[in-house]
Design a binder for this molecule. Structure first.
Ligand code: ATR
Length: 285
């Protein structure tokens, strides 16, 4: 670092285990960009002051993580239209007079799905869960032209609420149901995106749905969890012959999308793969 180093940072609470500094500092050093990235733990009441202070200090870009992805939107001068609909922002880009907000979590998942050969446009998909992550993913699938979205959640009311909201944006394509009602889905094979916290470390044996009959519906399974690397959901998908992916590439690609927005560059695939293996080392070795 020197007097010309440009700074980017993460705000959230907690931030101590974040892999974002590893992603961004590796990208900057490999691409010869004089940028450094660090993480700040910010209390709820201080989000506005943190964004204002960052702007005053000339900070070039910020990432925002739990629990501030919604609250930070009040402190922006502009918000990307899909991020505004989703109601969550994870990347701030410095512009004239303040920051513009984006949701690169969604760009990350979109890239992971494309890389896995999972096509959303014109297809029906199953989404498990109706929390914050599901909300963004349901909007993404609607935005990408899914034919139908089967939205399954333990608590029906939450699935109904999210479905009503997305349907008012996309037309009637989202069908809310409880997890147990999967048998109402017409026989066939569907991409399944697992967004619940079931199976997250340390409850690694937990499944959102136990029934083997459900996994017969899976053409490909994507779990947004990345720790453990192979979740109970992924094991079930594999046992039923479906390829299964974890959420680590989604995390990598959201970071890459933010880095590209901040620096006006394109990160090549071999560098992306290199960063992915560093992330795996940091997590699992
Ligand atoms: P996130 O922001 O990660 O999506 P969240 O908003 O707290 O987190 O949502 C968690 C999701 O996981 C919800 O859909 C939750 O279901 P409920 O709405 O019924 O609470 C789901 N979830 C959590 N634990 C689960 C479990 N053991 N089995 C099934 N679903 C579970």
């Amino acid at each position: 670092m020197d007097a010309k180093t440009e700074l980017c940072c993460l705000i959230g609470n907690p931030v101590g285990h974040s892999l974002s500094p590893l992603i961004h500092n590796t990208l900057a050093s490999r691409m010869g960009i004089n940028m450094a990235y660090t993480a700040f733990c910010v209390e709820d009441a201080d989000v506005g002051a943190a964004v204002k202070g960052a702007y005053a200090l000339g900070i070039k870009g910020m990432n925002v993580t739990v629990p501030h992805k919604l609250a930070v939107m009040k402190s922006l001068v502009e918000t990307d239209s899909l991020a505004a609909k989703i109601g969550a922002v994870n990347t701030l880009v410095r512009t004239e007079g303040g920051y513009k907000g984006y949701n690169t979590d969604i760009i990350g998942l979109d890239r992971e799905l494309r890389e896995a050969g999972i096509q959303i446009e014109g297809n029906s998909v199953i989404i498990l869960g109706a929390g914050g992550a599901s909300r963004a993913i349901t909007y993404l699938c609607a935005d990408r032209g899914a034919k139908r979205i089967w939205l399954l959640n333990r608590t029906l009311a939450k699935a109904e609420e999210l479905a009503a909201e997305v349907n008012s944006y996309s037309g009637d394509i989202v069908v809310p149901m409880t997890l147990k009602d999967y048998c109402e889905i017409p026989a066939g094979k569907y991409p399944v995106i697992q967004t619940t916290s079931a199976g997250l470390h340390p409850n690694t044996d937990e499944l959102p749905l136990e029934d083997d009959a459900f996994y017969e519906l899976v053409s490909a399974g994507v779990d947004i969890i990345f720790n453990p690397a192979i979740t109970a959901f992924m094991k079930k998908c594999a046992a039923h012959g479906a390829p299964a992916y974890n959420g680590l590439k989604m995390l990598l690609y959201q970071g890459i999308a933010a880095f590209e927005l901040w620096n006006g560059v394109t990160v090549g695939q071999s560098l992306a793969n290199e960063v992915l293996s560093l992330m795996e080392k940091a997590l699992f070795e």
